[in-house]
Design a protein around this ligand. Structure first.
Ligand code: C5P
Length: 244
């Protein structure tokens, strides 16, 4: 691992130079952080679970025509991805009130939203990732208006697909966060693709029967059982993880 050039290290992942130009290796660490990394803990095997879960979800999305950066999984903790120019936004889709939406608007957790809501947050740790509007995004040039439209359309397709996928295994997709990137094709075309990861680290997943939290809220709220919850998601998705 140390022989490869490290391109970027985040809170839960490391990006290394890939084997060919235009590729990177995305490595999943065991670290969990919350509240802008004020809270930090390692969960032995979380990286392995998230690598598998994200691989599964990105593969299914690729199959239904949602473009992603994912190429293939390389090993227990790493996947080969397309290098993209990350758009500095976190795109959150919500179906049910939870987390910061409940706090901000004084709504009761668990309330079904009248329709799915998309929110944008500016990726800036120093600022605690503030929520921004399309006005800010276009005025500061973080994304063009057509790119915002495309991200919203993709986010809703991802939400529809994942809501159904999870419903089929007894899980309610409450909300999730995605990130997008640009790929510059040789012919000068710019394409927007889904990047980063989709795992229980960036989704809220509630068991429909028991209302159990099967996501990172177990860590945020000191509920315990994080690895068991992530393993349960992997098990229901039919992913075999020998040694979580
Ligand atoms: O905290 P909040 O309620 O705004 O989070 C909404 C969704 O976005 C949750 O599923 C959470 O896991 C995800 N999220 C994330 N990374 C962030 C902020 C939120 O994955 N930095």
């Amino acid at each position: 691992n140390n022989r490869r050039r490290r391109i970027y290290e985040g809170k839960a992942k490391v990006l290394y130079e890939g084997p060919e130009p235009g590729t990177l290796i995305q490595h999943f660490k065991d670290d969990a952080t919350a509240f802008n990394a004020q809270k930090h803990e390692r969960f032995e095997g979380k990286g392995v679970l998230n690598n598998r879960i994200s691989e599964y979800i990105f593969s299914r999305l690729n199959e239904i025509g949602v473009p992603t950066h994912f190429i293939r999984r390389l090993n227990m903790r790493e996947q080969l991805i397309r290098e993209v120019e990350i758009i500095p936004l976190e795109v959150v889709v919500r179906n049910v009130v939870a987390g910061s939406l409940g706090t901000r608007l004084g709504l009761e957790e668990g309330m079904q939203l009248p329709r799915s809501i998309i929110e944008f947050y500016y990726k800036a740790d120093k600022l605690n990732d503030p929520m921004v509007t399309e006005e800010h995004i276009t005025a500061f040039g973080w994304a063009a208006p057509q790119e915002i439209d495309e991200m919203m359309a993709l986010a809703l397709r991802i939400n529809d697909f994942l809501s159904g996928l999870f419903l089929g295994i007894g899980i309610r997709l409450v909300d999730f966060k995605v990130e997008f990137g640009r790929i510059y094709d040789p012919d000068g075309q710019v394409r927007i693709v889904l990047a980063d990861e989709i795992s229980p680290d960036c989704c809220r997943l509630w068991d429909i029967e028991t209302k159990d939290r099967l996501d990172k809220d177990r860590f945020r709220r000191d509920m315990g059982g994080l690895l068991e919850a992530y393993s349960e998601v992997a098990r229901r998705l039919g992913i075999l993880v020998d040694n979580p």
